[in-house]
Design a protein around this ligand. Sequence first.
Ligand code: ADP
Length: 226
Amino acid sequence: MESFGKKLIILIGPPGSGKGTQAEMLAEKLGLFHLQTSKLGEAKINNPELVKNNLEIAEAKQLYDSGKLWPHTWTASLVIEKVEEMASLGKGIVLDGSPRVIHEAVLEMPIMKALYGSDNIKIFEIKLSDEESFKRNSHRRICKLNQHPIPNFPEFENITACPKDGSEIIVRTLDDPEVIKKRYQVYLSETEPIIDFLIKEGYNLVTINGEQPIEDVQRDILDKLW
Ligand code: ADP
């Protein structure tokens, strides 16, 4: 793991485009902190005590279970808190899962810019068709402890524990077929428009073809870094 300095990489793409997979690889290769928005939020909504006592978290859980996005102000506040923490440690970040709507981008980007500087922020849009998104997500398994994606390849078919951390392998509620279709539509209507917004704001954005083997997507991203 080499140290890559105080840089911020943002991955944007539909469900199954490989954001988690690519972020994990980039974090390992470049010594970046993998800021997984889903993990930050899931830590809250999977805590029954918090769900019971906090209306905002209870609402986030309900939205999540029906395939909808979390309240944007809530998500942004979780992300901003973590970005500030990492910036204060002088650490680079690879961010997967936010911003997902313009409102989040409006809240998060100025803070990221102030803490990291525009020149140190790089955004990758990973393109994937709805057919491929559906195919990948309907076979998707992740591990319980760290949400490591288990690739849908024959050599992984019969494993019952995560090869990385040994934890149990699960299928999430949001990977139910109806929910997957819904999530792709939500991506088109709510997330994709932020690409134009980010370009207009002058951020450095690169489009990557996500319909390639994992290693090729990774190579294309690494080729387009600083
Ligand atoms: P996202 O975070 O964008 O939803 P993930 O990285 O979690 O996507 O990947 C979703 C599923 O697709 C996982 O099972 C993963 O192993 C698989 N996957 C990711 N990238 C590729 C790829 N380039 N080719 C084939 N399968 C992939």
